[in-house]
Design a protein around this ligand. Structure first.
Ligand code: C5P
Length: 201
């Protein structure tokens, strides 16, 4: 059975939490596509050229807490503007989406570019302040010291770059279901997403 769920939205809207939980609930595989861009971004911070890094990307490059830092997130959103870098990452994502047993992919352009024929598309949003607070809690939980203002600035800068880029900008697919998680707990947001999947199956 091939069944593809596309979950897009801005930084820290809850995509990752929802995607992981939905994948676990239905026994589907999950790919956090942001990790691909983060891995390429991390390599550019180490001096590599972005396109070469994208073309040589290895699944082992997607592991590790170093990919979760705000510096790597910014580097990711900078390399993500490059159409050639994006193109180099398409085949891996599409083949993951079509794997046997079902797949959940979360990112920015899954419903619009990577899997325009996905069985279900969700566009997850939340206010910038809510997202910054969640990301701050997450970073603090990992022992990374930062402030609310620094996280808010990071989130807003990435959103702006992701929305305004020419190739695969962050925008809901015409047939995506919008899920605003500003006033939802993680459990409530997951329950809504699970309902949508159940209805689509
Ligand atoms: O989702 P995450 O915050 O890990 O993504 C890091 C960056 O990677 C985003 O800000 C965005 O620029 C880029 N990205 C993208 N397309 C995706 C996933 C992530 O452009 N499908």
């Amino acid at each position: 059975m091939v069944f593809t769920i596309a979950i897009d939205g801005p930084a820290a809207a809850g995509k990752g939490t929802i995607s992981k939980a939905v994948a676990a609930h239905f026994g589907f595989a999950h790919l956090d596509t942001g990790l691909l861009y983060r891995a390429v971004g991390a390599k550019t911070l180490a001096g590599d050229e972005a396109l070469a890094a994208a073309q040589a990307l290895d699944p082992a490059d997607l592991e590790g807490d170093h990919l979760r830092t705000p510096e790597v997130a910014q580097a990711a959103s900078r390399v993500a503007v490059d159409p050639q870098v994006r193109a180099a990452l398409v085949a891996f994502q599409r083949s993951f989406a079509r794997r046997e047993g079902g797949a959940v992919l979360d990112g920015r352009d899954i419903g619009t570019v990577i899997c325009p024929n996905a069985d279900l598309k969700l566009f997850v949003t939340a206010s910038a302040k809510t997202r910054a607070q969640r990301r701050l809690d997450e970073l603090n939980g990992k022992g990374l010291a930062t402030t609310f203002d620094a996280v808010l600035a990071d989130v807003e800068a990435r959103d702006k770059r992701d929305r305004e880029r020419e190739t695969a900008p962050l925008i809901p697919a015409g047939d995506a279901i919008l899920l605003d998680t500003s006033d939802l707990t993680a459990e409530q947001a997951i329950a809504r997403a699970v309902e949508h999947v159940t209805r689509a199956r």
